[in-house]
Design a protein around this ligand. Structure first.
Ligand code: ADP
Length: 489
């Protein structure tokens, strides 16, 4: 009997294969670390062949543990978005190192495009800003700088794709596809365009013929070659990681919002079928495409979240482990006026001030480890509050906030988010929402559930709730202190 859903979760630092069943229960995983290549400042690369080899090894490992390929009903793939692979369609081999989403090398190209006045039009069409983050500019860089990529383009055998596209090509005998959520992070797909746009390709200098076909995120998308796992297994879910977490948190109705607190924080609000048009420098992105029908999300990201706690641990030595911030925060009733603005890597949404730098204000001789740890956690609610205001100005106010990511394990922070945002905060017991979201799409796509809504209800686990308990006076005081510190940063 085929009862398992195999999820391939392609992160930035590791690749994992995970098993779920149709009720959302988790049945084990295999994981391998990925080598990070930093050839120069601001550059981050991966070896696409290593990603494929390790993914295959992890997948084979869990399939064996599951009792063989007959037990696997379907495969869902979720991935680090915006990372670009260039390969040769004829040989199936990578032509250059993959350029990772964090890589900033295309900044001069983006500055040029902005100077030529393209940003407003590009934002309107794609929902994105002209930033090196997005994959189209990375494809252009490979065209300009890799002789191998250029030669393959001339031969007509060049293939570009993000990680889900690369893996599907390898798994499914050369099927070259990309799902709409990953496609919508390239700068080459219009929010309401079915396929990559020829005009945007021309603007960015990316050959249209090298791009994959844009497909649904759930359904009979591809099938593995029988020789890979011993049996053809349908690939029925493809999704970028943040969209996957949004689906995994069952944010399937307009206004429903998830926030992932990892190294940074990513917030997505379901926008329904309405195309997002942010006036506040938030991003518009495809949330789902099923049966050719799209729903959208507004997205805002904060650069520094858990990394601030890491800095307290590694650079200041205030805590030995991240979770100690919780007991320190609880040991005092307030920070005594200490406020941290975590602009250690500039400020992301909604401020977008790359040149801003971090700040600790309100220090006195009474300030110690506890005050700093608590101020660091308070900064998460402050930053999220700024995002909430920007989302509300765009007409997308939050009803409740569903949180996940490594840092969401901190109960004090979860309660503080509820208090400062003045809304209920929910946290699932099973925090691997990215993998779960991919499993939901794959299960619905394989017909294990009639549709994604039913899959999400059936597979979503139990939740903890945090309800606001802060007085308006304290909240206003906190936010006034934050605003003052932010202005100084
Ligand atoms: P990523 O996926 O970005 O690698 P994770 O979701 O694994 O990140 O979250 C890890 C981050 O969360 C680290 O930066 C760590 O400092 C922070 N973190 C983990 N647990 C806690 C905790 N209990 N309290 C505060 N921060 C935490």
């Amino acid at each position: 009997m085929s009862d398992y859903i195999l999820v391939l979760d392609e992160g930035t630092t590791s690749t994992r294969a995970m098993l779920f069943d149709a009720a959302g229960a988790f049945h084990g995983s295999a994981q391998e670390e990925l080598t990070q290549h930093y050839p120069q400042g601001g550059w981050v690369e991966h070896d696409a062949a290593e990603i494929w080899d390790k993914t295959l090894a992890c997948a084979r490992g869990v399939i064996e543990k599951a009792g063989g390929a007959e037990r696997i009903a379907c495969i869902g793939i979720t991935n680090q978005r915006e990372t670009v692979v260039a390969w040769d369609k004829a040989t199936g081999e990578p032509l250059a190192r993959a350029i990772v989403w964090q890589d900033r090398r295309t900044e001069p190209f983006c500055v040029g495009l902005r100077a030529e006045g393209h940003e407003a039009d590009v934002q309107k069409r794609t929902g994105l800003l002209l930033d090196p983050y997005f994959s189209g500019t990375k494809m252009r860089w490979l065209m300009d700088n890799s002789a191998e990529v250029r030669a393959a383009a001339d031969r007509g055998t060049l293939a570009f794709g993000t990680i889900e596209s690369w893996l599907t090509f390898k798994l499914a005998a050369g099927r070259h596809i990309s799902d709409a959520s990953n496609g919508s992070r390239t700068l080459l797909l219009e929010l309401d365009g079915a396929q990559f746009d020829a005009g945007l390709c021309e603007l960015l200098g990316v050959p249209h013929s090298a791009l994959p076909e844009v497909v649904d995120m759930s359904g009979a998308l591809a099938e593995t070659s029988p020789d890979i796992f011993g049996r053809a297994i349908p690939i029925t879910g493809l999704v970028g990681d943040q969209q996957a977490a949004t689906i995994g948190q069952a944010c399937l109705s307009p206004g429903e919002t998830k926030a992932t607190y990892g190294t940074g924080a990513f917030v997505l609000t379901n926008q329904g079928t309405q195309i997002p048009r942010s006036q506040n420098r938030l991003l518009g992105t495809v949330l789902t495409q099923i049966g050719g029908q799209r729903t959208y999300a507004i997205e805002g990201s904060v650069f520094v979240a858990g990394s601030l706690v890491q800095w307290l641990r590694d650079s200041l030595g205030i805590v030995d482990v991240a979770s100690q911030t919780e007991e320190l925060a609880r040991s005092i009733s307030d920070t005594g006026g200490v406020t941290i603005v975590p602009a250690l890597a500039g400020l992301g949404a909604p401020h977008w001030r790359a040149e801003a730098r971090g700040l600790i204000s309100g220090l006195s001789f009474a300030s110690g480890k506890a005050e700093l740890a608590r101020a660091a956690l308070e900064a998460m609610a402050h930053q999220t509050h700024d995002l909430a205001s920007a989302f509300a100005k765009d007409g997308t106010g939050w009803g409740t906030l569903r949180i996940d990511g490594g840092m969401s394990a901190n109960d004090w922070m979860a309660q503080d988010l509820a208090d400062v945002l003045n809304i209920t905060v929910e946290r699932p017991e099973f925090v691997e929402t990215t993998a779960l979201g991919a499993a939901m799409l794959a299960a619905a796509g394989a017909g294990m559930h009639p549709d994604l809504n039913v899959a999400a209800q059936a597979m979503r686990g139990t939740l903890s709730s945090f309800t606001p308990a802060m007085s308006d006076y304290v909240r206003e005081d906190r936010l006034a202190r934050w605003k003052k510190a932010l202005a100084a940063a």
